[in-house]
Design a protein around this ligand. Structure first.
Ligand code: NAP
Length: 484
């Protein structure tokens, strides 16, 4: 099998925040990989923009270093790299200042697709949008890409939506959730809606429960200041985990088209019940050995911010009434491993008798590491000795099934940036979706803040607070051991 790369139209991409961490680690290396894959059509160009005084050559050196550091295959593409760097330019601009904008306007071409990536703090989105408008760069053919966090509550998300909407139409706004760019996450939709096998079983009649785990081994690292103002609920649950839940729970859209898909996701969020405090566990990691604890890392000894959250959610609609969704995410956990598990119900009657034990089919979608999908099936244990049943995986590791060439997927950012150029919003969040997700999260967070709720301590390298285990045990269920 040979990968098919469909070139995109010629574009000019401006990265506001072009000297920042995200540009260095993800955007520039991602664009370089797309360039090597011959996807960056025509004479597409990239312009970095930030306050730092820098000329074009200095920015090219910055990009060269970023690519060498964050693209493991860059060394094998030296010739490509030089041609790619030739496409780069830089403009010194302060989002709140008045200089540099004419230079930028002279660089971006009216006849090609223009994309403006706002890889800066959200407080600057309004300034950028207003100045792009004032300098005539907000044509119908242009797009703006905005990074998370998209607000810190419903009110601020609404304000952000309003600000951007003053200058750009919803069809021009691309709100990134990089989880949606992951290959396996998109495969979730292919599996559900491309196969006859699963969809008839995809409801509360056959599914016992669903588990979504996004576990990180690292702590807050250099993001302590930001993270302490956000916490796991805002940083992960309201956006990434919510998007995963939506893709699992949504009804089949009539077409795989942006608004058809986003309409269905929105219905799921609106059908979510309020989560009572008895169905939520918050945690905060403690230090151990050389690893500092959360409070030490964020420089705040009294912080009540959670670095872990687990909850039980219910969706009140015909498909899912009675099937709980258990979600958990946290930092400094045992391993960096994320997966979604669809746990089907037991067979209604075991013809093999009680001694055959209890067996369930589990469909597991691994997001990281080793993206792949596994279906647990029950078979007879080979050999003589009667009918002993065992559960084995029908494993579809993409790397094995597709061969190395096809399993070399683009990183989520690469795919999403190319979707921006293509004008395909399917994998981006619509404004009303983001607001609905905040409307769900807000009362939960408000209750914690009102009650000054203390998160439960948990040991670094553990599976989180014991109470998170109890959240399932009390329902006669248990978390799957998620392994890297
Ligand atoms: P960062 O490392 O702090 O970089 C910020 C960038 O914005 C720098 O290029 C900075 O350059 C520029 N900047 C700051 N103030 C400016 C102004 N007034 N006018 C013009 N440019 C200005 O931040 P980051 O990690 O790259 O994150 C950027 C955005 O992506 C944030 O919204 C963040 O929440 C989001 N995000 C980041 C990550 C990540 O992994 N890093 C992941 C998800 C989302 P100068 O100082 O030279 O102006």
């Amino acid at each position: 099998m040979v990968s098919r790369v469909i070139p995109v139209e010629t574009f000019d991409l401006v990265i506001f925040g072009g000297t920042g961490d995200l540009a260095r680690r993800k955007i520039l290396p991602g664009l370089f990989r797309r360039f090597c894959a011959e996807q960056m059509g025509g004479d597409s160009r990239i312009v970095g923009a930030a306050r730092s005084e820098m000329d074009r050559d200095a920015y090219r050196s910055f990009a060269r270093e970023a690519i060498a550091e964050f693209d493991p295959d860059a060394a094998g593409h030296e010739t490509h790299l030089e041609t790619f760097l030739d496409r780069l330019d830089y403009v010194t601009i302060d989002a709140r200042g008045e200089t540099g904008w004419e230079d930028l306007a002279a660089l971006v071409r009216p006849e090609v697709i223009r994309a403006f990536y706002f890889s800066v703090a959200p407080s600057l989105f309004g300034d950028l949008a207003e100045r792009l408008h004032r300098h005539g760069m907000d044509c119908d053919n242009c797009r703006v890409v905005v990074e998370k966090p998209f607000g810190r509550d419903l009110e601020s998300a609404r304000a952000l939506n309003r600000t951007i909407a003053t200058y750009f139409d919803e069809h021009q706004i691309y709100r990134i959730d990089h989880y949606l760019g992951k290959e396996t996450v998109q495969n979730l939709m292919a599996i559900r809606f491309g196969n006859m096998l699963f969809e008839p079983l995809w409801n509360s009649q056959y599914v016992d429960h669903i588990q979504i785990t996004v576990a990180e081994e690292v702590g807050v690292g250099g993001r302590g200041e930001y993270y302490d103002r956000a916490g796991a609920m805002r940083d992960m649950m309201q956006n990434h985990m919510m998007q995963l839940l939506c893709l699992i729970a949504m009804e089949p859209p009539a077409k795989f088209e942006p608004d058809a898909v986003r309409d269905e996701k929105l219905k799921v969020i609106r059908a979510l019940d309020h989560v009572p405090s008895t169905d939520i566990v918050r945690g905060q990691y403690e230090g151990s050995g050389d690893c500092p604890g959360y409070r030490h890392q964020v420089g705040n000894r009294d912080s009540n911010t959670e670095s872990f959250v687990a909850l039980r959610a219910h969706i009140s609609n015909w498909r899912w009434a009675g099937t709980p969704f258990y979600l958990r995410t946290g930092k400094r956990l045992r391993e960096r491993a994320s997966e979604i598990a669809i746990v089907f119900k037991d067979a209604p009657h075991s013809i093999f008798g009680a001694e055959a034990g209890r067996h369930r089919n589990i469909l597991t979608i691994r997001l990281q590491p080793n993206e792949g999908i596994e279906l647990g099936v029950t078979i007879k244990e080979p050999g003589p000795g009667g009918m002993r049943l065992i559960d084995v995986p029908l494993d579809m590791s993409f790397a094995e099934a597709l061969g190395p060439e096809d399993a070399d997927f683009p990183d989520a950012y690469e795919r999403l940036i190319m979707d921006v150029i293509r004008g395909n919003q399917t994998l981006f969040m619509r404004g009303d979706e983001v607001e609905a997700a905040w409307a769900w999260a807000d009362p939960i967070i408000a209750a914690w803040e009102r009650e000054e709720a203390q998160p439960l301590p948990y040991a670094a390298g553990s599976a989180g607070p014991d109470d998170a285990l109890m959240l399932m045990h009390r329902d006669g269920r248990r978390w799957r051991e998620v392994k890297a």
